[in-house]
Write a protein that binds this ligand. Structure first.
Ligand code: IPE
Ligand code: IPE
Ligand code: MG
Length: 247
């Protein structure tokens, strides 16, 4: 049985989130500039999105550019923004072919105008697709999102629209930019780094974490299947005992 056939449909994660890391090291290993790695990362994005959609995963969130990534050399930031515009344009037919709806989270106002426009257009043009939702995290960081939510909650309490007693887990979730997306059951990070780098801190409270040494440009369908198979072997206890969970 190949890897894909081993996946149990009934235990498929609804939402997979990925920290796509290792593009720079992949390029360096080949004696090329970092952007070469980013360019090749696009193939991995296409393969992963298609594979998730085929399996029936409902949401795929990709960490494409963090708030902290703005501190990279200007030339790399520009090249990444340029790549984003070109990729969105080029991949639009593939998204439609695979019935994938595009969405984005992050401080999108800080993206260059051309980028923002392309993104908005692609979001509109795929809005009626109802297979999988592909969420791009752009100029995103979890602390940015949580800070924004806290400010809005404070304002709503001040305006009398909300009582401080109403503030609970569910309410905070509603104020985050991920409010209409279920929490990811599975979070994957490539490139061997064992950290979260300010991604979805609130939403991954109970996610299963999967780390692989594979550098993002080398990530293919079988690597995704391996991550899902690993996830399916785990017992998600949510604070309960193993006996309670299996009964
Ligand atoms: C991930 O690859 C892509 C982005 C953060 C935009 P990196 O560019 O971080 O690659 P490494 O970690 O330097 O190898
Ligand atoms: C995290 O990768 C951000 C993205 C994948 C977009 P980084 O490469 O920026 O993370 P750190 O800085 O090594 O933690
Ligand atoms: Mg990195």
């Amino acid at each position: 049985m190949n890897l894909k056939e081993q996946i149990v449909k009934e235990k498929l994660p609804q939402h997979v989130a990925i920290i796509m890391d290792g593009n720079g090291r992949w390029a360096k290993g080949k004696g090329k500039f970092r952007i070469f790695g980013h360019q090749h990362g696009v193939t991995a994005v296409r393969e992963t999105a298609e594979a998730c959609a085929e399996l029936g995963v409902k949401y795929l969130t990709l960490y494409a550019f963090s708030t902290e990534n703005w501190s990279r050399p200007q030339a790399e930031v520009n090249a990444l923004m340029d790549l984003l515009v070109k990729t969105i344009q080029k991949e639009l037919p593939t998204l439609n072919k695979n019935n994938i709806r595009l969405d984005a989270i992050g401080h999108l106002e800080s993206l260059p105008d051309s980028c923002r426009k392309n993104l908005d257009d692609a979001i509109k043009e795929t809005s009626s697709n109802d297979g999988m939702t592909l969420v791009l995290a752009l100029s995103y960081s979890a602390k940015w999102d949580i800070t924004k939510a806290v400010k809005q909650i404070a304002e709503d309490v001040f305006n009398g629209q909300l009582k401080s007693d109403d503030i609970n887990d569910q309410l905070i979730t509603k104020y985050l930019s991920t409010h209409n997306i279920p929490e990811p059951e599975l979070l994957i990070r490539t490139s061997g780094e064992l950290r979260i780098s300010n991604f979805l801190l609130w939403e991954i409270a109970y996610s299963e974490l999967y780390f692989t040494d594979i550098l993002w440009p080398d990530f293919r369908r079988d690597d995704l299947y391996r991550a899902i198979l690993d996830y399916q072997k785990r017992e998600r206890r949510f604070g309960k005992t193993s006996e309670q969970t299996s009964s």
